[in-house]
Design a protein around this ligand. Structure first.
Ligand code: FES
Length: 142
């Protein structure tokens, strides 16, 4: 079934909710904790210690200084802002079960590993950081 046809079968109200999911649910409320998107990121973690244990398996991730550091499903280290590009809540995680994407739990924004939005919650790309592995030392930087 084509997208247009699918939306037509839902009816106008439901189609609007599918196409514009943030109209009702994404207003910034007083309870929404926000943070600035990290800048000037440049730090190193030692994979010979507990961080290495936490990142031992493909799909694992840790959070450090508002940065999500993940071992993707190919075993490559990737890093992204913990602070979402939608409304700046620090709720982005790495989700292995969906093929290895970044996802924010606040309103459900999903991002490819290069930061490209992959659903229609936001059009703002997620900030991505570079990684460099030297022995057991993993550098995360801009
Ligand atoms: S703040 Fe809305 S999806 Fe992340």
């Amino acid at each position: 079934m084509e997208r247009k046809e699918f939306l037509r079968t839902l009816g106008a109200g439901a189609a609007f909710a599918v196409v514009f999911p943030c109209v009702q649910g994404c207003t910034k409320g007083p309870d929404l904790q926000t943070e600035p998107i990290p800048t000037g990121v440049d730090f190193t973690i030692d994979l010979s210690g507990p961080d290495g244990d936490a990142l031992a398996n493909n799909g694992d991730f840790i959070v450090r200084d508002f940065v999500v550091i993940a071992r993707n499903l190919s075993g490559v280290f990737v890093a992204a802002s913990r602070v979402c590009s939608h409304q700046q809540t620090p709720e982005v995680s790495f989700v292995a079960s969906q093929g290895g994407i970044f996802q924010c739990s606040t309103h459900g924004s999903q991002f490819a590993q290069d930061g490209t939005p992959i659903n229609n919650i936001t059009t703002n790309p997620l900030k991505i950081f570079q990684t460099e592995l030297n022995g057991d030392l993993l550098r995360i930087f801009e």
